[in-house]
Design a protein around this ligand. Structure first.
Ligand SMILES: Cc1ncc(COP(=O)(O)O)c(C=O)c1O
Length: 234
């Protein structure tokens, strides 16, 4: 596996030239996550397009769109008409609140799907999982998911603004996802105060590029309020 790390100085943006110069013909799969976890940003469509144009037919370019529902940018699914070896991953675990069912979708050209079918084991999905997915995708449930997304987007903006007022927080990164990446003046205290309030914040300090960072998931308004109180937001 060859990793091409994102950098804070570039706002975690994707540098297609850097990725393409690291690519070798033996590398058959390029994995991009947009919006990305845990940096929360989406990559520029032009940067992804450059990679797709250069590598189409040479490698499978996978774009993980697990967080696309909260993004300002659109899904790249229309590009499936343009690129034979583009694959887009979607999940029902996030916006559709179906994490327990463990189901999502691979979108790609007919050839790519044929290839995937050769390696997927038979009966990979339980019948109950399929039924849960179909229920989640029925019109009434889709309306509810969209409403949840809209209220989360409002909460995300509110929590973003409020966290900037915490003395423990140095920077709140722009987010296209259902969480916020924050750089802390005092990450230890932020963690401790959140845990004391019964809230779990994801510690990212183990990542070399994120020595002072935490990931805060956006929850219901009452949970968000509890977090803000715990970290001393006035
Ligand atoms: C980028 C990304 N893709 C996919 C997933 C998981 O999706 P699933 O629950 O469908 O395996 C996650 C879960 O956190 C994620 O962060």
């Amino acid at each position: 596996v060859c990793e091409v790390p994102l950098r804070a100085q570039r706002g975690w943006s994707l540098d297609p030239e850097e990725l393409l110069s690291a690519w070798r013909p033996a590398m058959k799969l390029i994995y991009l996550c947009s919006p990305n976890n845990p940096t929360a940003n989406s990559f520029e469509p032009a940067a992804i397009e450059h990679i797709c144009k250069t590598l189409d037919g040479k490698a499978i370019v996978v774009i993980d769109e697990a967080y696309i529902e909260w993004s300002r940018g659109a899904s790249l699914t229309p590009w499936l008409q343009r690129f034979q070896t583009l694959a887009i991953l979607r999940t029902l675990s996030k916006a559709h609140a179906l994490a327990g069912a463990r189901i999502g979708a691979l979108l790609g050209s007919a050839d790519l799907i044929q290839l995937a079918k050769r390696v997927i084991p038979p009966y990979a999905l339980a019948q109950s999982t399929i039924e849960a997915a179909l229920r989640a995708l029925a019109p009434a449930e889709l309306t509810l998911s969209r409403q949840r997304v809209v209220s989360l987007l409002n909460e995300r903006e509110r929590v973003h603004r409020a966290l900037k007022g915490s003395a423990l927080v140095e920077k709140v990164w722009p987010s296209d996802a259902n969480f916020l990446l924050i750089d802390c003046h005092d990450a230890e205290r932020f963690m401790r105060d959140s845990v004391s309030a019964g809230l779990i914040v994801r510690d990212l300090r183990g990542y070399a590029a994120l020595p002072r960072s935490l990931r805060v998931s956006i929850g219901a308004a009452a949970h968000n309020d509890a977090l803000l109180r715990a970290v001393g937001v006035p």
